[in-house]
Design a protein. Structure first.
Length: 92
């Protein structure tokens, strides 16, 4: 008993391998590498430091200070971007 595969006449037998579309994309590889580097950086910075900011002092690890700084930077970027877009819509 033999099974014949019916193929599309327009399909090339080596289309997927020859087109370079097999495997993960370079962007996905870059994102995975960046995530791994960020995790390693986060885990290596575990030393305790005294943080003084405006009205309070906190004894914490450098990793949490960096994480808070990055999150505040992202939030500030989002607020600025929203303000800029609204300003440009109003001017047009």
């Amino acid at each position: 008993m033999s099974v014949e595969r019916v193929s599309d006449p327009n399909e090339s037998p080596r289309q997927s391998a020859g087109s370079g579309r097999s495997g993960p994309s370079p962007a996905l590889i870059g994102v995975v590498v960046a995530i791994v580097l960020i995790v390693v950086f986060f885990l290596q910075n575990g030393e305790h430091e005294q943080i003084d900011f405006l009205f309070f002092e906190k004894n914490t690890t450098i990793r949490w200070s960096l994480l808070v700084a990055v999150l505040l930077g992202v939030a500030l970027d989002r607020v600025f971007t929203m303000w800029w877009r609204r300003r440009r819509k109003r001017d047009v």
